[in-house]
Design a protein around this ligand. Structure first.
Ligand SMILES: Cc1ncc(C[n+]2csc(CCOP(=O)(O)OP(=O)(O)O)c2C)c(N)n1
Ligand SMILES: [Mg+2]
Length: 299
């Protein structure tokens, strides 16, 4: 296995472990002050985007920003302490979770208001264009966020001005506790994009290596030709927010004691990694993350 392939696998495994640690903290009631949205299941796309980004690129995130903040940071403690709102957190304990940014790492905006990051990302991309600055802007949102008018307006605005904007929809089929079928008619994002001639593609299967190839390709498209949109299908392997399980009546049993993998299926990015690399390499990575627990100052 070459170094880059191994590194991506490692980042997915490590990110899963860190999110499990946050979930364990939530289960034990150790993060009492703010709502926290764990993104177990979103690791492949998060690691791919974070590796695709160039230093001049900017990321505008939503309430479910954990995987991106951890993956860009590359360390657990300072992000976890931010959730605890401690002064040694990455934002001095002032931003906590839903609005967490790390501008020094390209995470310039995060919003808990659905669809709100789209016009902001358009503004950032327009600024880059006007000031002749390099790089692209990436806006992340969920299948609930695209129900906001700002999504469509953002598509139109970005296309009209040829903005270097990549829109990524993490479709986990959930907005809080409702599935798409329970709450609304289907939305064909492909048709919406076609209507305004914005290139569109879908990604499935949680293969971090393929995802990186695809998003690198998308970055080139955006850089040369203006906006593009990708809908990536992810599985909601955790509850909407707070701990999983939320209590004794919750059938989901997420625990580090059961290992890193939640589902033995392509819904689970870590399972996909396990199926794709030598058994010895996976065992080594798993041992490595669990060994790190003992040296981690939190939780
Ligand atoms: C404008 C607006 N309406 C409603 C909410 C309440 N709300 C918070 S998260 C959420 C679900 C979001 O679903 P989605 O965008 O698919 O993201 P996911 O949590 O599934 O990753 C809702 C409805 C909000 N934050 N903002
Ligand atoms: Mg959703």
């Amino acid at each position: 296995m070459d170094i880059e392939r191994r590194q991506l696998a490692w980042e997915v495994v490590r990110l899963r472990y860190w999110q499990h640690l946050v979930n364990e903290g939530l289960k034990e009631g150790k993060i009492p002050k703010v709502p926290v949205h764990v993104a177990i299941g979103n690791e492949a796309i998060a690691v791919a985007i974070c590796n695709m980004m160039q230093p001049e690129d900017e990321l505008a995130l939503s309430h479910r920003n954990m995987a991106y903040n951890l993956a860009r940071r590359g360390e657990f403690g300072p992000v976890y302490r931010e959730y605890l709102m401690e002064p040694t957190g990455v934002a001095g304990g002032k931003l906590a979770s839903m609005n967490l940014t790390q501008p020094e790492l390209g995470i310039v905006y995060s919003s808990s208001i659905l669809g709100n990051n789209v016009p902001v990302a358009c503004g950032l991309a327009l600024g880059k264009q006007t000031l002749d600055e390099p790089g692209i802007v990436i806006a992340l949102m969920g299948d609930g966020s695209i129900e906001e008018g700002s999504f469509y307006e953002g598509l139109v605005f970005a296309k009209t001005h040829g903005l270097r904007l990549l829109m990524i929809i993490e479709n986990n089929d959930h907005s809080m506790s409702s599935t798409v079928a329970q709450r609304r008619c289907p939305i064909s994002v492909g048709d919406m994009c076609a209507a305004v001639e914005v290139p569109f593609r879908q990604m499935r299967g949680n293969n971090v290596w393929k995802y990186l190839d695809n998003v690198q390709d998308a970055r080139r498209t955006v850089h040369e030709g203006g906006p593009m949109c990708i809908e990536v299908f992810v599985e909601a392997l955790t509850n909407h927010s707070g701990p999983t399980p939320f209590g004794p009546s919750d059938p989901k049993n997420l625990s580090l004691d059961n290992g890193l993998i939640v589902e033995q299926s392509p819904n689970d990015p870590v399972y996909v990694v396990e199926q794709s690399i030598p058994t010895s390499a996976m065992a080594e990575m798993t041992d490595r993350v669990f060994a790190e627990k003992s040296v981690e100052e939190t939780p």
